[in-house]
Design a binder for this molecule. Sequence first.
Ligand SMILES: [Zn+2]
Ligand SMILES: [Zn+2]
Length: 486
Amino acid sequence: MAVDLASGPRWGRPSACCARLRHETAQAPAQTRRARSRRRPPPTSQRPRCSSSITSARRGVDGPTRDDAHRHTRRVRAGRRERRVDDGTRTRQFLRRPGRTRILLRYRKRDHSAAARWPFPPSPVRRCDMTQGPARVTSTVRTESPDSGQSWIAEGAWPVASGVHRIPLPLPNDGLRAVNVYAIETGGGLVLVDGGWALPNVPELLDRSLRTIGSGLGDVTTFLVTHAHRDHYTLARVLGDRLGAQVVLGAGERPALDVLRRPDWTYDPLVDLLRHAGAHELAERVLAVPFDPPNPVFWAAPDRWLDSETSLELGERRVDAIPTPGHTPGHFVFVETAQRLLFAGDHVLPTITPSIGFAAPRPVGALADYLRSLTKILQLPDLHVLPAHGPTGTWSHARARQLLEHHDVRLEATLDTIRDCWRGVVDVASRMAWTRRELALDQLDVFNQAVAVLETEVHLELLAADGRAHGADGGRGREYRATRAG
Ligand SMILES: [Zn+2]
Ligand SMILES: [Zn+2]
């Protein structure tokens, strides 16, 4: 989900049990089998029921009533007290949960001026296909990138290392604003990491940016694509055909491409995912939004599949392709060890967390995969992160630890909601805080509600897999309860 971590590791240090979770996550498949055989949930008729009312579920002395839930959106998590201080440029928020450490959160004020939105229009609420990836409204558009000295979305080919240039391409009507394509000079042409979204005028913009470094589209020999989301794959596929360049993609993306090339686009995979999560009303609302089926030309197969970790010779350079499933099942990152560069795709982003669980066909164990893939980043040398969205200037170890901590905290918060009774995925999602503004679920737009529900489902799924929660089929979807009461 679109949880913006722009203010850094604001959740403090993980608890001991959170640290243990990382270890357990690495063994999730074996533990899943053991946990299932060891702890069978009671039959549905014997489960204690919880009220569906948000109010009744909140614990603590100052939990809001349902009526003032909107006015007190930052109190959506149970039992905590807060104090907000607003100095005009920055909001500081003090949280206190009974018996727990005080946490200080800082929020930068958002700039809603026209200049802040330039050069792309604000994002309308629209229905989104499964190709869109982690679409969220971010407030990082104005973040300066050290390679350009200006907003990270500014047009150009910005040098990030010897013979490596960052080229932002626009994502109009998308909260992510832009995607970074990286051009690597090889001595025998250019290799591009990711290709951008196949939109009119974007090939011309890419060519214009390449000309500022004395090259052009005709010099591109290869596209290394990190994953099969539209902002990464579609223009690579289109230009690969037009230029005769090779397109390379992880083999784990094959099922997603098969879905996107279905000849009869009579169903919507997002709706299927939501129904699986028990979000039937939300699925109906998604169905009501107009939707264009995917163009199969954009989703033709690559010229080469990457099956496993592979060393690629790019002229005089060597780049290692490393599988990092999680955001999507076939996500790869690319590492140039000689210059300590991590072409990170959407795996490690500097200011937001990538969506997990938003993929078709529905992935199983996506969050466990993602956490393992973050741990893999810690086992590599500390690298300069070259992200697909956002500025450069981040180091891989620090950011991977922040992301692991973030999910530790989300797992703990998710577990808190199911301490005393069984709850469905939507019920749990409605008790969580979303985005760095800590919004309630129903304050998000329809699409981001869908992403939030699916992200909640993968957290519950992981809690059940590592034995911290039971999972069982309820009447309208799967329900969960913590194995130990709070
Ligand atoms: Zn993506
Ligand atoms: Zn992306």
